[in-house]
Design a protein around this ligand. Sequence first.
Ligand SMILES: [Zn+2]
Length: 387
Amino acid sequence: MNIRLAKLTILFFAGVCAAIAGSLFKEHMDYKEAVVASPFLSEVKKLSDYSDAARGTVNDANVYIFNGPTPGGTVVLLGGTHPEEPVANLAAQIFTENVRPVQGRVIVINRINRSASMATRMGEAYPRFYHISTPWGVKKWRYGDRLATPLHSWPDPEVYVHYPSGQNLAYMDIRNANRTWPGRPDGLLCERTCYALMELIRKEKADIVMDFHEAELEYAVENTIVVHEKGQSVAAMASMMLTSQTFDVPIGMEFSPKALHGLSHREIGDHSDAVSYLAEVAEPMLDRIRGITDEELLMSGKDRFVMKAGECKLLYAPIDENGWPVEKRTARHVATLMTILQVNNMLSPEKTILLEGIPDYQRIMHEGLGSFFHNPDEAPPERVFFD
Ligand SMILES: [Zn+2]
């Protein structure tokens, strides 16, 4: 074979591989996640209804609003800040699909950084989707990255100078929706997204904002509630109640550092009347030391390499052969928010938020997640949305 033919053969082969990969990437990016909103839905807005900063961007998310029959407080739930942490959007969506507000209001965004859910982390061979069995079939979600994709936010600066603090952060954190609070209307994608979210929080007069996350077991901020100083008594009481009555693995409570900027728990509390909380739970898939990176690990949270690291005392959370299954991670987030609301109702009765229809920790652990997600093919079309 002559050299020219060999080169053409290699080029052709590389082109076929690129075409196959490209079509798989496109399928992931274009996949629409169906959401069946609870029958108690009041209205669905877009983030751009609160600020033009989000208009026309991929992060112009659906805002699901549920108003109770009796006035009270307002809680805003932020899901999908980091789409490589799937229980953050699953926990939010449990509220979207099941909540019945009895007093006060709840506003949910299932995915605040949609861009980051449309591509996975480069070079990490992440699965593209994850699936949950339900009584009516298998439901599918996009798995994603920690950061918005450069396809939607480009170019990154040499150094990311956080606005308005002027603090220098890592360049790629300009695409991290938990480093761009409180945002600015003329910035890059995540700065615009957070600015519009701040406008939502201010205009809806939110009393409480919860930002759901997951973290690797090698990371120190783990199985905890991070809270702005305005909410320290509520978070302290909630962590004690959850640890003593509900969870097998304790949940801690930490103050939001005052000198670390761009994070939701710091900036939302500083730039609005709301009290900001962030909840973390253990996700072994995120550990550097993990084994095969597949959907099985993502959903079961079982990994013998991470367990080995635990035996060597390298982790900040316990792990055994039972792992950290997705039901447990989601149940912890749902129970954490419900307990924060319960404590807040005691301390601020004029801002009471009473929610029904939300499964408790034991029920999710017993039944799994499938029965809390509804069939979009059988639901009334006016309650079916796509995130
Ligand atoms: Zn996170």
